[in-house]
Design a protein around this ligand. Structure first.
Ligand code: ANZ
Ligand code: ZN
Length: 821
C-alpha cells in the first residue's frame, strides 16, 4: 500500500519526463501553438522564494494549456550580464563568467527539482557570445535606421568611486555608496531613440487592455506621459550686454497666456547661462551650485520652499506684448518640454507659490468662481470663462485653448504641440560585464560599425578582479590589445567603443530567440517567430512594469518595422504574481525574516511548496509565508495520493454505472476548474480539488468503495487537475492508478453536461453580519475550502473595500461570517 513519500517521487520522475521529452514542443504545426513565458531570472545565487512563486504560476499556465491540447512553448534562460557578477568578480579576483555560470548551474538544478515544465533544449544565456552576437547585430540595425545614436550629455558622477550614478543612486546630492558630493560630468553616451515610438507605444496599449493588469498600463501611460498643448515662442529682449533671444515654452494652457506674469528657465539648463546678464551672472552661478546638490525628487517636491534668481532679462508675451521678468529656478526642469515656461500664477499652483515667495503679480484670466488665488494661496485650476484676456474674453477654457493656438499660428509665434515625458533610452554603461557596443571609432572615418561577419565582438578574457573596478571610463579601455584595431573602412589605426550595453537591451528580445535558439542566420528564424509570437502569457513581477516591458515593446515594434516579425506587440497577456512576504514584510537579510527555499523543499517537498504558493490566494496577491501552511499542503497531497491505494476497478472501466452523486461532483469540478483557470483563480481550483478528494474518499469508505468505476473516474480527474500544481504527486497517483506516464499530457477531461445537475447546498457568506454572497458548494466541503471560496468572492472583496480581515467564522457547509479589521 505504501505511504506518501515525496523524496522518492522527486528521485523517480524527472528521468522519465526527460525520456518522454513531453515539455519539448512538437513545433510541427500539428497542434495549435501557445507560448508561455516567465520573465527570465538573473543568476544571483540560488533560487529564492520569489522565484518559487513566480515560476509556480507560469508553470500552472503552461501545464494547463498542454492538457488543453496546445503545443506549448515554455522556455527558460538567464539574463546573465550585469553588475552583481562584476562586483563578485572584483571581490574574488575572478572573471565574472565564473560566478555567473556557476550560479546558472545551481539555479538550473533547482529549477529541475522544482519541476517547471520547460524545454531545456532551448536554454539560453544573454552573456553567451552566440546570444550577444545577435544583440550586437540588432544594435547595428537600429543604428542604420537612426534609432541608435551617440551624444554628449551630463551624467551624475561620483568623483571618489569614479563612476556614473543613476538618479536613484544620488541621495541628498551625495553618492549612495560613499557619501561624496556628486557632480555632473559630460560623457559621450549611446541612446536608443525610443521617443520616436512614443505615440505607438501609447496607442497600442489599447490592444492590451483587459489582458494586462490595469495598473501596469497606467504606469506605462504615465511614463510615456503624453501632454497636448502648444509651443509658444517668446522673444527675450536684448540688453546692453546681451543680444535678443527667442525661447519657446511648452504649455498645456495657451488659454492662460494673458495671465502670464513672469517667465522661468530651468536654472541648470545651458539656456539660463546664455540668457543671464553680466550683472546677475554671479548670483546665478551660486544658485546653480545649490541646485546641483538636490535630488530629482527633492526638486519636484511641492512641499519645499520655492527658490530662484532673476536673470536681468525680459520676455515679450507674443499675444499682448507685455514684458515679463525672466527668472531662473529649480522647479522648472531642464529636460522636460523646452526647459522654460510662461508662469501663470493665478492658475498654476507651482507658479503661484513662486509668485508669493518673490512678490510677483497674480492675474486671474479664467473666472472659475474660486477664491482669489493671490489671497487664498490656492491656484484656480477649475473650468471657467476667460476674463482679462482681450479677444479671448467670454470663451470657455477649451474654446480659448483652440482660439489662442489659432492666433499664435497666424502670427507665426507658436503652434499646437504634443509633448512626451518619455526620454530617449540611455543604453551605454562604463562597465565590463555586458554586451560590447559593436562600433569602432576612427580618426578619419568617425563611427564605423563592426562588419556583421566580424560579430560577435567578444569581451576580452584576460581581465579579472581589480581590472574590472570602475575607473571613470569602461574597464574595457584598459585592454589595449582589444581596444586598438584597424578601421574596417580605411584600415587606419582606430579604437573600439569601450562601453557595454545596458542589460535591458539583452532582455528586450530574448523571447524571440527562444522560438529558434539554434538559428545561425539571424537573431531568430522569422518563420518560427511568426508561428509562436506573440507570447500568449507572460508572467513576472510588477517591478518590471515600466522599463523592461516598455523596452521589449519598443524592440518588437522596431523589429516588426524591419519586416522580420508580424507581431508588433510582444506579450498579449501579462500576469504579475504577488510578492512573497514573511510576517507581512518583504523578506530581507536585515529583518532576518528570510525563508530559505531549499530548506522548505527538503522539509515539505516540491509539490507542497508549489501548492502552498498557489493555494495562498489569487496569483496577483502577496503570499505571506507566516500565514500559510505547507504542512497542510502535505496532508492534502497525501490524501489525494492515497486514493491510488484504493481504486480497484480496471483501467478503462466505464464510469456510467458508478455512483452518480460522485460523478456529479467530478464533472462539476472539471467544469468549474475550466472556468476558473480562464480567470486565473488557481487557488479556487485547488479548493475545488480538495472537495473532490473528500467526496471520493467518502465513497471509497462506504459501500462498494474502490471497486466503483466512478471512483476511478474521480481519482483520475484528481490526478490530471493536480498535475497543474503538484506534478510529482499527480504522476505518482496516475502511475498507481495503472496509467502510463505522463499525466502531464493525459488531456483535460471532458465534461458530461448531463451530470452537472447540482447536488449542492447553499452557503451564505456574510461580512459583518450582512449577507454578501451565496455559494453553491458540496455538502462535504471542509472549513478550509469554504473559507477559501468565501474569501475569493467578488462581492466579499467589494464589501471589505480593501480592509483587512480580523476573523473568519466558518460553519461548513452553510455559513461564513467575515469580520473586517
Ligand atoms: C502655463 C500654464 C498655465 C501651465 C496653467 C499649466 C497651468 P504636463 O501636463 O505635465 O505636461 N511645464 C512645462 N515645462 C516644464 C518644465 N520643464 N518644468 C516644469 N514645469 C513645466 O505639464 C505641462 C505644464 O507644466 C505646462 O503648462 C507648464 O505650465 C509646465 F494654468 O504653462 B503650463
Ligand atoms: Zn577609418
Amino acid at each position: 500500500q505504501g505511504v506518501y513519500n515525496f523524496a522518492q517521487m522527486e528521485a523517480k520522475w524527472p528521468a522519465v519526463w526527460d525520456d518522454l521529452k513531453i515539455f519539448t514542443p512538437l513545433d510541427d504545426g500539428s497542434k495549435e501553438r501557445r507560448y508561455v513565458l516567465d520573465m527570465f531570472p538573473y543568476p544571483s545565487g540560488d533560487l529564492h522564494m520569489g522565484h518559487a512563486e513566480a515560476f509556480a504560476m507560469g508553470d500552472v499556465m503552461a501545464r494547463y494549456w498542454r492538457q488543453q491540447g496546445f503545443d506549448v512553448l515554455h522556455p527558460i534562460g538567464w539574463d546573465s550580464f550585469g553588475l552583481p557578477a562584476e562586483n563578485a568578480a572584483i571581490a574574488r579576483n575572478a572573471h565574472p563568467s565564473e560566478w555567473t555560470y556557476a550560479n546558472i548551474d545551481t539555479q538550473a538544478a533547482s529549477f529541475r527539482r522544482y519541476a517547471i515544465s520547460v524545454d531545456w533544449s532551448r536554454r539560453l544565456q544573454t552573456s553567451d557570445p552566440e546570444y550577444y552576437r545577435w544583440t550586437q547585430w540588432l544594435f547595428k540595425r537600429f543604428y542604420e535606421r537612426g534609432l541608435a545614436y551617440r551624444k554628449n550629455s551630463p551624467v551624475n558622477w561620483c568623483p571618489k568611486d569614479q563612476t556614473v550614478l543613476a538618479n536613484e543612486q544620488v541621495v541628498n546630492g551625495a553618492c549612495e555608496r560613499c557619501g561624496t558630493q556628486v557632480t555632473k560630468k559630460s560623457l559621450n553616451q549611446w541612446y536608443f531613440r525610443i521617443t520616436e515610438y512614443a505615440d505607438r507605444l501609447l496607442n497600442d496599449m489599447n490592444e492590451l487592455k483587459g489582458h494586462w493588469p490595469e495598473r501596469v498600463l497606467a504606469m506605462q501611460r504615465n511614463w510615456i506621459g503624453r501632454s497636448e498643448g502648444a509651443h509658444v515662442r517668446f522673444v527675450i529682449e536684448a540688453t546692453h550686454d546681451q543680444p535678443e533671444h527667442e525661447v519657446p515654452v511648452f504649455t498645456t494652457r495657451p488659454d492662460t497666456l494673458y495671465g502670464a506674469t513672469f517667465f522661468v528657465v530651468a536654472a541648470d539648463a545651458p539656456l539660463a547661462e546664455q540668457l543671464v546678464t553680466a550683472e546677475h551672472s554671479r548670483t546665478l552661478i551660486e544658485y546653480r551650485e545649490q541646485v546641483k546638490k538636490l535630488s530629482e525628487i527633492e526638486r519636484q517636491s511641492t512641499e519645499r520652499e520655492k527658490t530662484g534668481v532673476f536673470t536681468g532679462r525680459y520676455a515679450v508675451n507674443p499675444l499682448n506684448g507685455e514684458k515679463l521678468p525672466v527668472w531662473a529656478a529649480d522647479y522648472v526642469l531642464a529636460d522636460y518640454g523646452t526647459g522654460a515656461i510662461m508662469a501663470v500664477p493665478a492658475h498654476d499652483q507651482r507658479d503661484l507659490d513662486f509668485a508669493r515667495a518673490f512678490a510677483l503679480p497674480v492675474r486671474v484670466v479664467l473666472d472659475t468662481g474660486q477664491d482669489d488665488p493671490a489671497v487664498s494661496g490656492v491656484a484656480a485650476t477649475g473650468e471657467g470663462i476667460l476674463v482679462n484676456s482681450g479677444e479671448l474674453d467670454g470663451l470657455a477654457k477649451d474654446e480659448a485653448i483652440s482660439a489662442a493656438i489659432g492666433i499664435l499660428q497666424r502670427h507665426g509665434t507658436g503652434e499646437k504641440f504634443v509633448n512626451f515625458r518619455l526620454r530617449d533610452w540611455l543604453l551605454s554603461r562604463q562597465r565590463f560585464w555586458g554586451t560590447p557596443i559593436p562600433i569602432i571609432h576612427c580618426g578619419a572615418c568617425g563611427e564605423v560599425p563592426v562588419p556583421d561577419e566580424q560579430l560577435p565582438v567578444t569581451l576580452p578574457a584576460d581581465l579579472r578582479g581589480e581590472d574590472l573596478s570602475p575607473k571613470g571610463t569602461s574597464p574595457l579601455a584598459a585592454a589595449e590589445a582589444w581596444v586598438n584595431v584597424r578601421c574596417p573602412r580605411c584600415e587606419g589605426p582606430a579604437k573600439r567603443d569601450t562601453d557595454t550595453m545596458d542589460t535591458f537591451v539583452d532582455s528586450s528580445w530574448y523571447f524571440l530567440r527562444f522560438t529558434s535558439p539554434e538559428f545561425m542566420g539571424g537573431p531568430f528564424d522569422p518563420q518560427k517567430a511568426n508561428q509562436w509570437m506573440p507570447v500568449g502569457q507572460y508572467v513576472g513581477g510588477v517591478e518590471h512594469a515600466i522599463l523592461h516591458l516598455l523596452y521589449a515593446r519598443f524592440f518588437t515594434k522596431v523589429i516588426h518595422d524591419m519586416g522580420m516579425l508580424d507581431a508588433d506587440e510582444p506579450f498579449s497577456a501579462l500576469l504579475n504574481q504577488g510578492q512573497v512576504l514573511n510576517g507581512g514584510k518583504a523578506m530581507s537579510k536585515s529583518l532576518g525574516n528570510g525563508v530559505d527555499l531549499g530548506q522548505q523543499l527538503d522539509k515539505y517537498g516540491v509539490d507542497a511548496i508549489r501548492l502552498t504558493m498557489v493555494f495562498a490566494g489569487p496569483p496577483e496577491d502577496e503570499v505571506d509565508w507566516a500565514d500559510v501552511s505547507p504542512s497542510g499542503s502535505v496532508k492534502f497531497l497525501a490524501r489525494a495520493w492515497r486514493l491510488g491505494n484504493d481504486v480497484t476497478s480496471v483501467v478503462g472501466a466505464d464510469p456510467a454505472s458508478g455512483d452518480r452523486a460522485l460523478r456529479a461532483v467530478t464533472h462539476r469540478t472539471i467544469a468549474d476548474a475550466t472556468e476558473l483557470m480562464k480567470q486565473h483563480k488557481f487557488n479556487v481550483v485547488v479548493a475545488k480539488l480538495m472537495e473532490l478528494v473528500n467526496a471520493t474518499r467518502k465513497v471509497i469508505d462506504a459501500g462498494v468503495g474502490g471497486a466503483d468505476p466512478a471512483v476511478r473516474e474521480a481519482a483520475e480527474t484528481v490526478a490530471v487537475v493536480l498535475s497543474l500544481f503538484a506534478p510529482y504527486t499527480a504522476e505518482d497517483l496516475w502511475n498507481r492508478l495503472g496509467r502510463e506516464a505522463s499525466v502531464a499530457n493525459a488531456g483535460w477531461p471532458a465534461v458530461d453536461a448531463d451530470l452537472l445537475v447540482r447536488t449542492t447546498v447553499t452557503a451564505v457568506v456574510q461580512v459583518q453580519g450582512k449577507v454578501r454572497d451565496r455559494l453553491e458548494v458540496s455538502p462535504d466541503i471542509s472549513e478550509d475550502e469554504l473559507r477559501t471560496l468565501a474569501m475569493a468572492s467578488g462581492p466579499v472583496a467589494k464589501a471589505l473595500d480593501g480592509r483587512g480581515v480580523r476573523t473568519v467564522i466558518v460553519r461548513a457547509p452553510k455559513l461564513v461570517n467575515i469580520v473586517p479589521a
